[in-house]
Write a protein that binds this ligand. Structure first.
Ligand code: 5GP
Ligand code: MG
Length: 179
């Protein structure tokens, strides 16, 4: 196991099995819809590349990059890089790494809905429902795994930009972030 990893939560095999299952469901759902598949950077990149190859239907890819900022009075999200496709009247599928407090996904959904898509669905690799902020009612349409309230890394997810390249999802040793 990699240095700094305490425990593997989802093995490479478990993830790949689930990606194939989700791929089959999404292939059926989007068979004749030519969806625009929007990845939310950067954490989604590994899941995105694996999912894309399991969605065996015509589709278009796009990405957006959002980040959080802390203002003097409020904290919020901002679009660092927007999608390039015109999604008006198109079927859009958002791929996300993790649905945590819900800030990112809620912001992303509102941003994309304002562009007038024909439909908008969400597929997230991980869901941490215990962390959801009160008042956030958005539901993910497709969830890879529901996980406990632990900070996880790997398979695209980072801690200080490290660990994204691990093929599994693991839990960090507390001493890594207590340093
Ligand atoms: P939100 O809290 O807005 O739902 O999630 C915001 C972002 O926080 C996620 O897209 C992800 O980048 C990051 N995040 C949330 N939980 C975790 C986690 O357990 N591990 C890592 N590496 N990132 C997380
Ligand atoms: Mg992150």
């Amino acid at each position: 196991m990699e240095q700094g990893i305490d425990k593997i939560l989802l093995t490479e095999e478990q993830i790949q099995t689930r990606v194939r299952e989700l791929g089959a469901i999404l292939t059926a759902e989007y068979a004749d819809k030519n969806p625009v598949i929007v990845g939310v950077l950067k954490g989604v990149v590994v899941f995105y590349a694996d999912m894309l190859r399991q969605i065996k239907a015509p589709c278009q890819i796009d990405f957006m990059w959002i980040s959080s900022y802390k203002g003097t009075e409020s904290s919020g999200m901002t679009v660092r890089q927007d999608i390039t496709a015109d999604i008006r009247g198109r079927h859009v599928l958002i791929l996300e790494d993790i649905y945590d407090t819900g800030n990112s996904l809620t912001f992303t959904v509102e941003h994309l809905l304002a562009k007038g898509p024909a439909s908008l669905k969400i597929c997230t690799l991980l869901d941490k429902p215990e962390r959801r902020k009160p008042g956030i009612t958005l539901q993910a349409d497709y969830v890879g795994f529901t996980i406990p309230n632990e900070f996880v890394v790997g398979y695209g997810l980072d801690y200080n930009e490290q660990y994204r390249n691990l093929p599994y999802v693991g839990i960090l040793k507390p001493e890594v972030y207590q340093k």
